[in-house]
Ligand binder design. Structure first.
Ligand code: NDP
Length: 487
């Protein structure tokens, strides 16, 4: 389906934290590359004049860009951005906005309204836009989170759907804007090497690790209301899992891709709490803003089970958390062993082949095979075949650059469709808001002890450290790190 391109970008929340850290720097990069040529209208309570807004834009860009700032591009962004001030609860703001859109882009302009505001305001903004008739020639782009559970996601959807059809609501999951995540589809479906292996016939299990080596810092009150499952599993990791496991889409059209993702997520069982280990790092309760009787997890490990033809019986072990030994997102397919042990030591001595797809910090692929150890006898030893994509392909664009370019162009492929969001809430719902506190774990470890053995007695496949010289990484017990993909 082709959606209209935006004639004007309206950024609700232009003075906020996300705009400062991610959005304004992304807009600068798009302007620099000539990919953002439409006017930008910010909407926020702050009553800034043009000079204050321009100074803020310059501060955000200079803080985020590590190369020399392109002053001409910065100035173009500053000159094309204006602020409409007022409270979203006041209908007068939307009248002012409608006038500003007409002044900047003409009376029949199609607007892209990006809502970088707390989700409790999504409905207010949609109502405000509809109140002045702006909903008929615009689309909404809404930030995460989309609900706290299935019921609240549906309630939020009902507020937006009063004024916007599904094809004009784009729900941001910035992992879908990451090039290495999209690359999962290209690697799987543009090659013939992987796909024949990609089924229960040859794959024994998957392991997905999303680790952060930092704690919640000064965001205690935000994080305590959210926890790891809502913060990264329900959204980012289930979207990534869908790309990793889904069948080939009928075409690369957005809705064909999203249909394939939906079908996969529809096949994932609701989590069984017996397959889940929740953890909380030592010292979390002392964080300002965290409730003394908090039961929020800062770590979760869970086994997902997929009831479809391709993956029946192949567990997908997922772990994610904070204050872990490293910061990375890593996907590992562990292959089945060969049918017979022909070589020294038998099958028990041989670790199975593995295909590792590293999403971040440095995307790449590592295939671990067995080759003959030099010397007497046929003794198999591991050899990693490793490619760092940045070395071969060059640097990638930041996810928010992709998100804004697609939002303006009207390409929904890298936004989450409501049916996949509903499936994701269905899957995690049994482990939301448990009454009991999570198990403790030490900072800089891979979570509570019980999580180490979730994939089986041998534990998780050891992870290569991202930065061998500086990382505090400690490998999983009983194993040495393999084929490093450096930071
Ligand atoms: P902030 O609280 O920092 O910013 C909120 C923005 O909304 C400000 O521009 C504020 O304007 C404006 N605003 C709030 N209430 C009103 C109102 N009643 N009327 C007019 N303007 C209002 O939020 P964040 O930037 O942190 O988050 C925005 C969204 O992005 C949320 O959905 C969040 O979940 C999501 N997100 C944030 C991330 C982050 O790292 N910050 C990461 C991922 C997602 P003013 O400043 O003038 O009051």
């Amino acid at each position: 389906m082709t959606a209209p391109a935006g004639d004007v970008l309206v950024l609700f929340g232009i003075t906020g934290d996300l705009a400062k850290k991610m959005i304004i720097p992304a807009l600068y990069q798009l302007v620099r590359r000539g990919e953002l040529t439409v006017p930008v209208l910010g909407v926020a309570r702050s009553d800034w004049d043009d000079d204050q807004l321009r100074a803020h834009i310059a501060d955000c860009v200079r803080a985020a860009v590590d190369q020399e700032v392109d002053e001409a591009a910065l100035e173009r962004l500053q000159r094309s951005t204006h602020l409409v001030s007022g409270d979203y609860a006041d209908p007068a703001v939307f009248t002012k906005l409608a006038d500003a859109i007409t002044a900047e882009a003409g009376p029949s302009a199609f607007a892209v309204h990006y809502l970088a505001v707390p989700p409790s305001l999504f409905g207010t903004v949609a109502d405000g836009l509809a109140g002045v008739g702006l909903h008929t020639r615009s689309r909404l782009v809404v930030e995460k989170p989309f609900g706290r559970d299935l019921a609240s996601a549906r309630a939020l959807q009902a507020l937006l759907a009063k004024h916007y059809p599904e094809d004009r609501i784009f729900r941001v999951d910035h992992f879908l804007g990451k090039e290495p995540v999209e690359d999962l589809l290209v690697l799987r479906f543009a090659n013939t090497l992987l796909e024949p292996l990609w089924s229960r016939q040859w794959i024994d299990r998957f392991e997905i690790t999303m680790a952060e080596d930092f704690d919640v810092a000064d965001r205690g009150s935000f994080y305590d209301a959210v926890g790891t499952v809502r913060d990264v599993v329900q959204n980012h990791l289930l979207q990534v899992m869908a790309y990793l496991l889904m069948d080939a889409p009928l075409s690369d059209a957005a809705d064909d891709q999203r249909d394939a993702k939906f079908r996969l997520l529809r096949s994932v069982r609701r989590l069984d709490p017996a397959d889940v280990v929740r953890g909380r790092y030592d010292g979390y309760l002392e964080t300002p803003g965290v409730a003394p009787d908090s039961t929020t997890e800062t770590f979760v490990a869970a086994t997902f089970r997929v009831d479809d033809w391709r993956w029946a019986g192949v567990p997908v072990h997922v772990r994610a958390g904070k204050a872990l030994p490293d910061t990375l997102l890593d996907l590992v397919a562990v292959l089945r062993p060969p049918p017979r042990a022909l070589f020294a030591g038998g099958l028990g001595a041989m670790r199975p082949d593995r295909i590792r797809l590293r999403v971040q910090p440095r995307a790449g692929i590592a295939i671990t095979l067995l080759a003959k150890q030099p010397g007497q006898g046929d003794v198999p030893t591991e050899i990693p075949l490793t490619v760092d994509f940045r070395e071969v392909l060059g640097p990638v664009h930041a996810p928010y650059e992709r998100i804004f370019a697609d939002a303006l162009a009207g390409d929904p492929a890298h936004f989450a469709r409501m049916d996949t969001i509903e499936q994701a809430w269905r899957i995690v719902e049994p482990i939301l808001d448990p009454a009991t506190p999570p198990a403790r774990y030490g900072r800089g470890t891979w979570g509570p002890e019980a999580a180490e053995r979730l994939p089986g007695p041998e534990g998780w496949v050891p992870l290569p450290p991202t930065a061998p010289s500086t990382s505090s990484a400690t490998p999983s017990p009983g194993a040495a790190p393999e084929g490093a993909l450096a930071r």
